[in-house]
Design a protein around this ligand. Structure first.
Ligand SMILES: NC(=O)c1ccc[n+]([C@@H]2O[C@H](COP(=O)([O-])OP(=O)(O)OC[C@H]3O[C@@H](n4cnc5c(N)ncnc54)[C@H](OP(=O)(O)O)[C@@H]3O)[C@@H](O)[C@H]2O)c1
Length: 285
């Protein structure tokens, strides 16, 4: 497995996104555990999650609990960097709400620590700016968590270039990652990707295949991805992930999966080499 870096940690070039195993349409637990184990067997050492990846009101942290269970029952579970997040809430009616107050971030982190069963969270990401709370205050809470040793590394998500720079200042140069939406359908995070490349911090594209409901249609929606996939004898999803990896060494895609076969297929993208002509063609889609 090819590797990349998040802060001082070497991780697999393709991570696993945990969200499809815990929100609407999630499978039964046994299939999710098999999916996480398949990821580890394939060499994945980065799993992305969040306390808000759950469905009903009373099950905050469903995905973190699932991941902790899967890691505890696999021989390489201890080698995985778990990247979780705080700042989003799901009241149980299908909506996603926000609480970026320092008090909530700190309480959420304590609860994530308990569910993950660790003394310090590997990577803690502020999930999304809350318009009701100054950004500096939310990120200040993450800085306090770093200073207290409750988290090993800090990241932000859904941040624009100004917020990324501000977070870097508030964290005293200790911002290691930015997680933003980026896919063939959604390219408006290209400036943030370029900024991460310039700053030498990891960029984690979320919904890299277009999101849970659209990922399987990637090939039919974007003909060049399908054509290049056919030429290499691989899936359009692999081409998409290889295209992202080629953008910059700081890119670490986190495709979601709820089936062993999809994460196995995605992981193979790390070995797929596209030509510069192919990359230019995909850039122009
Ligand atoms: N920071 C944020 O605000 C934010 C927001 C959204 C997501 N995220 C993170 O980003 C991760 C990825 O995003 P996402 O899950 O929304 O969307 P995605 O990765 O674009 O798509 C996920 C879907 O792709 C399918 N898939 C994966 N690999 C495939 C392959 N090789 N071939 C065919 N289908 C494949 C999976 O199907 P199966 O389910 O059938 O396996 C899965 O349901 C999430 O899991 C989460 O960790 C973060």
């Amino acid at each position: 497995m090819h590797t990349r870096r998040i802060g001082d940690v070497e991780v697999s070039a393709i991570g696993l996104g945990g969200m499809p195993m815990s929100i609407e349409g999630r499978p039964e637990e046994a299939r999710s555990l098999a999916t996480i184990h398949a990821a580890l067997d394939a060499g994945v050492t980065l799993i992305d999650t969040a306390d808000a990846y759950h469905l009903k009101a009373g099950e905050v942290g469903h995905n973190e609990t699932l991941i902790a269970k899967a890691l505890a029952s696999h021989e390489r579970g201890a080698d995985v960097l778990v990247a979780t997040k705080g700042g989003h809430l799901r009241p149980g009616d299908g909506s996603w709400t926000l609480d970026g107050s320092p008090r909530h971030i700190k309480e959420a982190c304590e609860a994530s620590l308990r569910r993950l069963g660790v003394e310090a969270i590997g990577l803690y990401q502020f999930h999304r700016p809350d318009p009701k709370v100054p950004y500096a205050e939310s990120v200040g809470a993450v800085r306090d968590l770093l200073d207290e040793g409750k988290i090993r590394m800090a990241g932000v998500s859904n941040a624009d270039p100004d917020q990324i720079r501000l977070a870097g200042e508030i964290l005293g140069g200790r911002l290691v990652s930015v997680q933003n939406q980026f896919s063939p359908a959604f390219r408006s995070s290209e400036p943030e990707l370029r900024l991460c490349d310039e700053l030498g911090i990891a960029f984690l594209p979320w919904s890299p295949l277009g999101g849970i409901s659209r990922a399987s249609e990637l090939g039919s929606a974007y003909a060049p991805f399908a054509r290049i996939a056919e030429a290499h004898g691989v899936s359009p999803q692999q081409v998409c992930l290889a295209w992202m990896l080629a953008k910059s060494p700081v890119v670490v895609p986190i495709p979601g999966s709820s089936r062993p076969e999809t994460i196995r297929d995605s992981v193979a993208a790390a070995d797929l080499k596209l030509t510069s002509e192919e990359i230019a063609e995909l850039d122009a889609v």
